[in-house]
Design a protein around this ligand. Sequence first.
Ligand code: ZN
Length: 270
Amino acid sequence: MSKPLAFVLGTICLLASTSFGEDLDEDSPGFGYYGNPDNVGPPPHEWGANPLWRTCAVGREQSPIDIESKNTTLVINDIFGLDTSYVPANGAFYINQANILEVKLNGGGQLKIQQKTYYLKQFHFHSPSEHTIDGVRFPLELHLVHKSENGELAVIGIPFSYGEENAFLATFWDELPLLTDSHTSVNLMNVDLREPNLDMGPAYARYKGSLTTPPCTEQVTWTVILGQGNTVSERQMWTYSKRLQYSNARPVQKLNDREVKRSVRLLKLR
Ligand SMILES: [Zn+2]
């Protein structure tokens, strides 16, 4: 793939109000994860103690989950199931106050699910992965966060396995050491999420879940890519872990009575 993208380094104050993970509410108080001395709030099992975050404790459709193959319903060629049309966009690359590495995009294209349009707002990374597949956890999971005109959220989760260096990550990953604190961001140009930069096929799981960060709001349409086409090298994970040493993965939640659909695309549709 073509080599990056010009970078402009800037230290800006856009992070005085920060979005956390999937959550687009910019007034959220801080929260943390297990074992991180830099936590600005409680770890996952205490999130629900905050009255504003009760759903984290009492919600019945929470994310992430373990996607168990034997408990999925197979759907073949759902042509309206996952229709992405992304465009290269500029963005701000930063580490938010919950120690989540995030790129807030200016534009970026859209996702259509069953004729409904969701606009790409930001993407961010969890390590290790939040979703597990048949109990297997991955070193990294990318969340692409989309929002519809009336505020509904759809998130695509993409697990990365260890393997070859990832060309998409390589376009901005080496800027990571520059993110010395949560007030520093690097401006990225022409961030391109289109295939082959990201591999979205051939199978994905779909279920109704929640934000994996407080306030754990439900009614989020989740798509988790099941193909193993996205890899991250040990060197890239080393770069990540030098800056972010602690887990930012919420533990898997109960499935309860939800259905998980497993869609397989047998034709190239785009
Ligand atoms: Zn996330």
